[in-house]
Design a binder for this molecule. Structure first.
Ligand code: ADP
Ligand code: MG
Length: 680
């Protein structure tokens, strides 16, 4: 192949024969049957065979060649905008042709635009394609017609030199899982045998595709485990604590830990006492009390004489944590410092000095915590709250930033977006997982209703009544366009409208373009009960805790994903009052939007919702785009292939224990050198 063609292929990431083999078809075309013209429907992709009745050039807006073909069952027009004289001549009346294309309804009956065609001999029987035709991911200058023959060549090489492509999965395992060998699987997806089940292949459920998806998911799982292994080869400080600080905190609280909180705290304390860096994910539905679990973990580390860093995704949440932790830890005489991006230079210098001297035992902040110039005296534990906001890359980056003198601090990650176990296996395999599967007692339910915006006035009236009765409400305006400015504008308009309609309520507005100080001030007043109705953009989505708020109105709820709606709704139902959530939508609803809103109305279980979300919208939405970006899957589809995941862990163990040498090349095959992202 010449350098120009090679450089075009490189744009698709195709540099080697193996790359071609792993450049897998997106879908297939069925050219194995000839369809009678009379049976065609608009939208069909079909092969037809017939005799040309008439070919002529038409001069409409553009010059074009029209050819009428008949096969006795019907008539079809072929339309060409690009053609030459030879073509015109060849498509002569009486010639027999076979063509493949997409059928559409034209002005004068069915037609195909620029079909692929060839003329065939009248007498000889010309066989149709025996096999499904693969359609590859292509790009400018690299067409199907280029890719298909190249792939065929690569397949021939594979057949002639089968040992050049290593089979990393042991034969006994393949047998047990009833999966074909790698080479057979590749051959099958690129060059499906004539008797293949078209339905399975099109659904991506053919054993050959399952085999490839399985190996791909396995590679991702292994790569995260490898990463974990690399971190855990370094020592971590052994945090030895009797738990007396924690006991002191708990004795001041008006409630007891839930059994789930106790169990998770136990798991964390057990990890912290080991000389291996803890890598633990705590999942728990909104409102289950993760902050208190974090506080207990922090107290364990502090009692052992080490510092703790707590990172929140926004200033608002950092501020809220600061308030909680100060309230909890001040009576224990523990110094809490805060480090956010908006500190003035002098204040910042003062705080970094206190961090460096070790005087600040607990430091709460945003990303600013891990920016240059922040040195900890003795950092023993890093806690990351609402981790899904950060993304995998940041989680890995943070890990290496905490790396100090050959040691990693322990790491605790908390997420309110429950991650289905199966998804966790490929996206979080570097972490142990703890689940707080219980809400504190006494929580009332959240009654959720789905309401058309034609009944908005009634909702406004209900909010009015509720606020007059001393309750507090959120009114959330969702994204109108991909523009934060427009979103803020919409929230401003809504706030003004509501203020005009409900003059006796105290209404305030919080949105993403306000200064952090203004936002915090409003949130503080809302918390104090000085505001009845808070109109907001989705900035309040994560973590805000105002127990007296018991009403949540979400406008244009159909625009949001399940996870986000669940988070928003989780802002209420935190106190002891019965809470309500109204999901206002604008008709007509798409099928998915209907399913989303119904799912939310019918369940409050975050895990159930996450599972639904995975089903409805795919892993990108469940993990957040950043993280999905890391999970670049070529053939596996996490929703479709979930059932493969339970076998993945088992296979990973098998390889790590019995075939460790197979692991690195297997990871490289699917993740490329990108597998090194752990070293960021
Ligand atoms: P999340 O898990 O969503 O971060 P929070 O940590 O904000 O939840 O906790 C929600 C509320 O529940 C807070 O007001 C917190 O003080 C309270 N809380 C936490 N644990 C308990 C418990 N065991 N019993 C009663 N209330 C609790
Ligand atoms: Mg929280």
């Amino acid at each position: 192949m010449g350098p120009r063609a090679a450089s075009r292929l490189a744009r698709l990431g195709l540099r080697t024969v193996q790359d071609l083999l792993f450049h897998l078809p997106l879908r297939y075309q069925d050219r194995t049957r000839i369809t009678p013209i009379g049976a065609l429907r608009p939208g069909d992709q079909a092969v037809i065979e017939g005799v040309i009745e008439l070919t002529q050039i038409q001069y409409a807006k553009r010059r074009m060649l029209l050819s009428r073909v008949s096969d006795g069952s019907g008539l079809l027009t072929l339309r060409f905008f690009h053609f030459n004289a030879a073509q015109h001549a060849a498509l002569a009346r009486g010639a027999r042709m076979r063509c493949f294309g997409e059928v559409r309804a034209g002005k004068s009956g069915l037609e195909m635009i620029h079909p692929e065609y060839r003329l065939i001999n009248h007498d000889a029987i010309s066989p149709v394609e025996e096999r499904l035709t693969p359609i590859y991911p292509a790009t400018e200058g690299v067409h199907q017609q280029t890719l298909r023959p190249l792939t065929q060549q690569a397949l021939r090489l594979l057949q002639n030199y089968p040992e050049s492509l290593h089979e990393w999965l042991p034969e006994t395992l393949l047998h047990e899982l009833q999966l074909p060998k790698l080479a057979d699987a590749l051959l099958c997806v690129h060059y499906p045998p004539p008797d293949v089940s078209t339905i399975l292949l099109e659904k991506g459920e053919h054993p050959a595709q399952r085999r490839l998806a399985f190996e791909e998911l396995l590679a991702h799982h292994l790569s995260l485990r490898e990463l974990r292994g690399r971190v855990q080869r370094h020592p971590a400080p052994v945090l030895d604590a009797s738990g007396k600080l924690m006991a002191a905190l708990l004795s001041h609280l008006p409630f007891h830990l839930t059994p789930a909180q106790q169990r998770v705290i136990g798991e964390i304390r057990h990890d912290l006492a080991r000389a291996v860096p803890m890598l633990r994910l705590v999942q728990g539905d909104v409102g289950c009390g993760k902050t208190l679990v974090a506080a207990c973990a922090a107290l364990h580390a502090i009692e052992a004489g080490w510092q703790v860093a707590l990172m929140a995704p926004t200033e608002l949440l950092a501020e809220q944590h600061l308030q909680n932790f100060t309230r909890w830890l001040a009576p224990l005489d523990i110094k809490v410092a805060t480090l956010t991006g908006r500190l003035k230079k002098g204040a910042r210098a003062d705080i970094t000095a206190r961090i460096q001297s070790g005087e600040a035992a607990l430091v709460i902040g945003t990303h600013a915590l891990f920016q240059e110039g922040v040195l900890f005296h003795k950092l023993g534990l890093v806690i990351i709250d609402e981790q899904h906001r950060f993304g995998v890359h940041q989680r890995l980056a943070l890990r290496s930033k905490g790396f100090n003198n050959g040691r990693y601090p322990h790491q605790l990650i908390m997420t309110a977006t429950p991650i289905p176990r199966t998804l966790a296996m490929v996206a979080y395999a570097d972490l142990d997982s703890s689940v707080i599967d219980q809400l504190p007692p006494g929580r009332m339910g959240i009654e959720t209703s789905v309401i058309s915006d034609t009944r908005r006035a009634q909702v406004v009236e209900r909010v009015h009544q509720a606020c007059r009765a001393g309750r507090q409400a959120y009114w959330v305006c969702t994204l109108i366009e991909e523009s934060e400015m427009l979103q803020c504008q919409a929230a401003q308009d809504t706030a003004a409208q509501l203020a005009a309609a409900l003059p006796d309520l105290r209404i305030a507005l919080v949105h993403g373009r306000m200064k952090a100080r203004e936002k915090d001030e409003i949130m503080r007043r809302f918390k104090q009960g000085e505001i009845d109705l808070l109109v907001a953009t989705t900035v309040i989505e994560v973590g805000v805790d105002v127990p007296n708020a018991s009403l949540m109105i979400i406008e244009n709820a159909e625009r949001l994903g399940l996870a986000q709606l669940h988070q928003l709704r989780g802002r209420v139902g935190r106190g002891t009052a019965q809470s309500h959530c109204a999901l206002i939508y604008h008709a007509p609803l798409s099928r998915y939007a209907t399913a989303r809103l119904a799912a939310l109305r019918d369940t409050r279980d975050g895990f159930e919702i996450a599972r639904k979300d995975l089903e409805l919208r795919g892993p990108g939405e469940v993990l957040g785009t950043r993280q999905a970006g890391m999970l670049q899957l070529h053939i596996a589809d996490l929703a479709r292939d979930q059932h493969l995941l339970p076998q993945i862990e088992h296979t990973a163990e098998l390889l790590l224990n019995s075939y460790p040498a197979h692991v690195p090349p297997l990871i490289r095959r699917w993740l490329g050198e990108g597998a090194q992202y752990g070293e960021v």
